[in-house]
Design a protein around this ligand. Structure first.
Ligand code: ADP
Length: 159
């Protein structure tokens, strides 16, 4: 049976930190679904379609990666897809505390689903979508923080 993981997130935008986690996880899983959370209440800077397009550009030559989106609870999405592994990245102790609470709650909701964490490489531990977004909004050059295949000048934010 194939080992398939879901890598859920806002990816607003997708950064080299996210990319690093996904590429390393390809050594562990047969397939990875990068699932963009579409939260009607949480306004994103880039539209859902734009976020998915950016991620698809990064992995266009990688048949083991799929890009999808979902609404509602991540564990419900995994259950509906029959997926047993949830992939997340860790940068700092703050990430750990946040992720611990989510993963332990998910374990109660969905005991069959395992959360798997990869620690980011030190060079990526400061990279954060919120900061990248602020740089873009303020007219700065954030290209070093996103994968080279994403040309930020081609994409417009919503605000
Ligand atoms: P969310 O809104 O679900 O936190 P994000 O897009 O911010 O979505 O993050 C998705 C996942 O990627 C999370 O597990 C987060 O910890 C991880 N992540 C974010 N930035 C980095 C990075 N620079 N290095 C490694 N993992 C990261």
């Amino acid at each position: 049976m194939k080992r398939i993981a879901v890598f859920p997130g806002s990816f607003d935008p997708f950064t080299i930190g996210h990319e690093g986690i996904v590429r390393r996880a390809l050594g562990i899983f047969d397939e990875i679904i990068i699932a963009v959370g579409a939260n009607a209440l949480k306004k994103s800077y880039y539209s859902l379609a734009t976020r998915k397009e950016m991620i698809s550009l990064v992995f266009r030559d990688e048949p083991r990666i799929r890009v999808a989106h979902y609404e509602g609870l991540t564990v419900d999405y995994c259950k509906a897809q029959g997926i047993r592994y949830l992939l997340r990245g860790l940068r700092t102790a703050a990430d750990f505390e946040f992720e611990r609470a989510i993963a332990q709650s998910n374990k109660v909701l969905a005991p069959d689903i395992e959360s798997v964490f990869l620690l980011t490489i030190p060079e990526h531990s400061h990279i954060n979508s919120t900061i990248v977004r602020d740089i873009i909004r303020s007219g700065g050059d954030a290209s070093v923080f996103v994968p080279a295949s994403i040309d930020l000048t081609r994409f417009r934010g919503e605000e």
